[in-house]
Design a binder for this molecule. Structure first.
Ligand code: GH3
Ligand code: MG
Ligand code: MG
Ligand code: MG
Ligand code: MG
Length: 314
């Protein structure tokens, strides 16, 4: 029986493609009722590789969050109607924005204001008039943390490779690059042979070590621009830029040799080796979309298994 092909969720694919093509810029939403002060903040943040979005009407905060999806929120405390403290509490009450870095700005001095800011759920507090260097430094450190945690959430903990969804997103971007440059792209689908037996014979921890080691092997071979992911379980995916299925087979065969040479240790100190099977498809010759390429590579992987394993089919 052919192995079932797991469908990928392509909701919002076009939007993500557009976003992926744009250079990485963090979005900062500033809420301040004073146009003068907004201008000052905008100026302070110019040249910081951030997109500054301004909102004068505090009643529109919830809409603005949904519309702009900022990476950081800068709130003036003294606003008409709801205060910056109120807005901070509103944002924090929404599950989606509980992790959003929020900085409060106020011209008022005193401990009670700093305490109130923290109690409202703000991450940081700055006194007006804002010193440009200080604002930039505080903002940068928050945005860097956001970037790091986002990056971590895209990766599999055991192997450090991209998870399925970010892998697909990344390959989609690479595919359009390859198309523009009139270069081929090879998509490889790998599956460790008899991995269930490895777990059953040598223990799950030994199995985990195999996966981690193979993940590191894939991460450190090939080119920088190539994309590696853990599809799930003992299945891995690699997109090789500028390679045909045939040239990718030679490259992947070297990885197979390296893996075969590695010795693993079971839970009772037994020594063992592992191998993988793989299927490779090529863009644009055999498909222009990630889903078509994955499906074809998966079909060939199944053929590699049927033809005796420890082999690569193109
Ligand atoms: P084949 O050669 O046909 O691929 O056989 P197989 O045994 O490798 O394939 P099968 O799909 O039957 O078994 C895969 C096994 O991988 C079953 C599952 O328990 C194991 N597995 C999946 N994820 C992990 C993991 O993170 N760690 C460990 N140790 N095992 C895992
Ligand atoms: Mg299987
Ligand atoms: Mg004000
Ligand atoms: Mg499998
Ligand atoms: Mg397997």
């Amino acid at each position: 029986l052919p192995r079932p092909f797991s469908p990928v969720d392509f909701t919002g694919a076009v939007e993500r493609l557009v976003a992926a093509r744009r250079p990485e810029r963090s979005r900062v939403l500033v809420v301040d009722d004073n146009p003068e002060s907004l201008r000052g903040l905008r100026q302070a943040l110019s040249g910081q590789q951030v997109e500054v979005l301004c909102l004068e009407d505090p009643y529109r905060l919830v809409e603005a969050l949904a519309e702009h999806r900022p990476d950081l929120l800068l709130l003036d405390v003294e606003l008409p109607g709801p205060s910056g403290f109120d807005l901070c509490r509103i944002a924090r009450s929404m599950p989606e924005w509980q992790q959003l870095p929020i900085l409060l700005l106020t011209s008022r001095q005193g401990t009670e204001f700093r305490v109130a800011a923290l109690e409202a759920g703000a991450d940081d507090y700055l006194a007006k008039p804002v010193l440009k260097e200080e604002l930039v430094a505080r903002m940068r450190s928050r945005l860097e943390r956001v970037r790091l945690s986002r990056e971590r959430s895209e990766r599999d903990a055991l192997t450090g490779l991209l998870l399925r969804r970010p892998f697909v997103d990344s390959v989609r971007t690479r595919l359009s690059e390859a198309e523009r440059q009139h270069r081929p792209l090879a998509l490889c689908f790998l599956d460790v042979d008899h991995f269930k037996r490895v777990n059953d014979t040598y223990g799950h921890l030994a199995g985990d070590r195999v996966l981690a080691r193979l993940g590191r092997l894939l991460a450190t071979r090939f080119r920088r621009e190539d994309v590696r992911g853990r599809w799930g379980g003992e299945e891995f995916v690699v997109a090789l830029m500028g390679e045909t299925a045939e040239s990718a087979r030679d490259i992947l065969a070297r990885t197979a040799v390296e893996l075969a040479r590695m010795e693993f240790e079971g839970e009772r100190g037994e020594r063992f080796h592992v191998a993988f099977s793989a299927g490779i498809s090529e863009a644009p010759r055999e498909g222009a979309t990630v889903e078509a390429l994955l499906k074809e590579a998966d079909t060939r992987l199944y053929r590699a298994k049927a033809n005796g394993r420890n082999r690569i089919e193109v």
